[in-house]
Write a protein that binds this ligand. Structure first.
Ligand SMILES: *Cc1c(COP(=O)(O)O)cnc(C)c1O
Length: 417
């Protein structure tokens, strides 16, 4: 089995950095998310260092994993942040990041969220429509500030990915059309309380081939030139996130450093401040979800491994039919099996793997659901009144709980009988 990232077997036992995962399962219980500090930092620095010399800011997309410890770690490394809600702004500021390194994306920002972000003095908004530009202008006028804004454009390049995470075609809800962008820019430039600084795009997520991202960059550069020729200054170019990671052992992850170098070459002589918004490619492979086998059962010709993690903890398989490798915490000599790995939730869609060849795990054995650092805990719910699992951060030979397991009391907090 090819292992990626910070997870390795030593003497048949799975480790994260220098910590035995079984020790974390014993101390924190299961199910439980575990993240590697070194892996997150390494991926962030791969982007950042490849762009050294080019004016840039790597704005980590908070929605991928918004734990305070992860945000504080990245803030300390000099990251900026891409947020899509007021709640994410709160999290970022609470983690100690400066507002001036925050960009605010999203197609449905409310007046309250815009006001909050302006009052805190964020770097800029990625505005997605003329209506939003006018609303930001009006709120900025009321607060007596100038709002820095980039216009989000839909470069209309096809991106090979799951349809739910493709965002860069004309028929998607995100951004304004390239052809209409110069006209919208001209009108927005006349709004007195906006400082129109640049262009932004984000074409989709989980792109294993960076080519569409480079194609989008070319479209955006051409658009920046067009707008400059009309006499306006375009200072920033935000190319969004989207670089994918290998979820399958036989796939290869694209290299963030190589991708960043390719972008840097495209922008070498353009006099633009570059913003990238990677999320998944920074945190996905840094995390696993630990789970314990509860039961083995067989119905007809099908073999089931029933585990204590479920779709409420990790919804990606149920929502996107996504694949996560499953690693036993202790390797055994027992021959592998082909089975469905399912959780306790009362839904047929509650599975973590289907018809999968995997270790012959028996009740009590521990498994790691791989590549679970991104879009995993953040999408966890309390469905079936299951308390959400804890999150653990590993640093070298130490580990600590960075979010406690929820209790039954947490389940009813705020409810009135
Ligand atoms: C989700 C999102 C990102 C991050 O995408 P990844 O695929 O996780 O890199 C970046 N920018 C915007 C606007 C997003 O919506």
């Amino acid at each position: 089995m090819t292992m990626q990232g910070p997870f390795r077997y030593r003497n048949g036992t799975l480790y994260c950095e220098q910590v035995e995962l079984a020790a974390i399962a014993a101390g924190a219980g299961t199910p439980c998310y575990v993240y590697s500090r070194a892996s997150i930092l390494e991926r962030f620095r791969a982007y950042d260092e490849a762009l050294a010399g080019l004016p840039h800011m790597i704005c980590y997309a908070v929605k991928a994993n918004s734990n305070q410890a992860v945000l504080a770690l990245l803030a300390g490394a000099g990251a900026g942040f891409d947020i899509v809600s007021g709640g994410e702004l709160y999290r970022v500021l609470r983690a100690g990041a400066p507002a001036c390194r925050v960009v605010f994306s999203g197609v449905g920002k409310t007046a309250e969220e815009i006001e909050y972000a302006l009052a805190e003095g964020i770097h800029s908004f990625n505005a997605e429509s003329e209506e939003e530009l006018r609303l930001i202008d009006a709120i900025a006028a009321r607060l007596g500030v100038r709002a820095r804004v980039a216009l989000r454009v839909n470069p209309d390049v096809p991106a090979e990915t799951h349809p739910y995470v493709a965002t860069g075609r004309r028929e998607h809800k995100f951004g304004v059309e390239v052809a209409r962008a110069p006209e919208i820019w001209r009108r927005a430039a006349a709004l007195p309380n906006l400082a129109l600084e640049g262009l932004s795009c984000h074409i989709g997520s989980q792109l294993l081939d960076p080519q569409p991202l480079l194609a989008a960059a070319a479209v955006m550069l051409e658009l920046a030139r067009t707008i400059r020729r009309a006499g306006f200054s375009v200072r920033t170019l935000d190319l969004g996130g989207g670089l994918g990671v290998a979820y399958r052992a036989e796939e290869a992850s694209p290299d963030p450093a190589a991708f960043a170098r390719a972008i840097r070459e495209q922008l070498a002589r353009e006099d633009l401040f570059l913003i990238l918004e990677p999320g998944r490619s920074i945190v996905a492979q840094a995390g696993v979800l630990l789970t314990r086998v509860l039961y083995r059962k067989r119905t007809g010709s099908k073999e089931f491994v029933v585990v204590d993690a479920a779709m409420n903890d990790l919804i990606r398989p149920a929502l996107y039919q996504s694949h996560h490798e499953i690693w036993p915490l202790r390797q055994s000599a027992r021959p592998e099996i082909i089975a469905d790995v399912v959780g306790p939730v009362c839904e047929t869609g509650d599975y973590l793997a289907r018809d999968r060849r995997l270790a012959n795990a028996l009740p009590g054995d521990l498994l790691a659901i791989a590549t679970a650092g991104a879009y995993a805990f953040v999408a966890a719910s309390n469905y079936n009144s299951r308390p959400r699992p804890p999150e653990v951060l590993v640093e070298g030979d130490r580990w600590r709980i960075v979010r406690a397991r929820e209790t039954y009391e947490d389940l009813v907090r705020g409810e009135a009988p």
